[in-house]
Ligand binder design. Sequence first.
Ligand code: HAM
Length: 428
Amino acid sequence: MTANKLKAVRGMHDILPVNSGNWARMEAVIARVFSSYAYREIRMPIVEPTALFSRSIGEVTDIIEKEMYTFEDRNGESMSLRPEGTAGCVRACIEHSLLDTPRKLWYAGPMFRYERPQKGRQRQFHQVGAEAFGWQGAEIEAEMLLLNQRLWCELQLENGIRLQLNNIGSSESRKKFRAALLDYLEKYRDDLDADSQRRLQSNPLRILDSKDRDTQKILHDAPLLTDFVDDESRQKHDTLLGLLQDSGVSVEQNSRLVRGLDYYNDTVFEWVSDDLGAQATVCGGGRYDGLVEQLGGKPVPAVGFAMGLERLYMLLEGQGFACFHEDDAPDAYLLVADSAYQRYALDLAERLRAALPGFAIMQHLAAGSLKSQFKRADKSGARFALIVGEQEVADNSVSVKDLQSGEQSSVSVGDGIAALLVQLSADT
Ligand code: HAM
């Protein structure tokens, strides 16, 4: 009897060694950009009490209604796998009193949503997110969007990603708008798609996101949220638009953009790409001034965003990872003419690594003729072959062959090691 083959859960994927190098490079660029804006990393648990998410994301959102992985733990308490990072980040900040001063935080990790899997949509996916607490003015939004833009530039994706921006106003404005929208949509109740009919009761604003053609037609003449936004929000929006214009960030205003989470007020934004198919949003976020207080903290203004790493990776794949200049090749391949010289070679490699951090040396640790080792060296893609033989051990030296030009020289290891390193590093 053969055992059934075990498979990964639908919508949850392995990141295999062929891709993990580029994943790590993508994450390293992101971490570097965050740190250049003085964001510090925070790591939260993957499991949180279910109530944290329902109280922040909103009871009648898709995420809470039908997408959470929720279970009872052995103590009978309701727990959920995090569908996003903002709620946990705010919880951690309140719990550890991190919000007495303004603070910029970022996080990365897996998130879980029980959605129908398709290209760019998974049940376990990865987000990198950032949250800035304690800044009231539009400058923080502008800086955050500049950070996003800088990241797209560093990843050479700036031509394919567009920024959509809206101001959804205060919760009072949205209440008034909700009533007007309901009034309007009730007249067309029977012509709406099934999902939108259901949302009439629960969350009519989300009907604006409907992709159904007939519903879209009905929405064409629906009241606009922008007309209900008060003067204060309008002013904030104009200030932000001015800052972005001065900083050279192009903006598409999208008055239908509402986002799928309830905690936002005023600014909301999404970075979208035409190269991703239906799941076009790479990064989304906005302001959420009420959430910290809603979860038990003092009132603290806040803004944040999160990007989907699978979608970002797909875009990078599409441009052939042109932004990554490094590859997996070692810098040098260390060949040993006879296994008797391995000790000398091990010591040499250690000294090189200590003196030149980041210089990758692959030492040939198995037996084999010099000819076969040279073949390996070529195949590894290393720029240099370092050769240790009888002569080198006798006069405390190493032979360096540039595998591109074919030039070879012998360098003394004692005094000459610095010269060797300088030569190697200058050439690479
Ligand atoms: P979100 O729009 O729900 O926002 O998710 C942010 C990004 O995560 C999306 O734009 C998308 O790239 C990615 N994403 C979401 N769901 C999936 C999925 N099923 N498969 C693949 N990628 C996905 C938030 O999560 C907010 N917490 C963002 C935020 C932070 N707002 C303020 N601070």
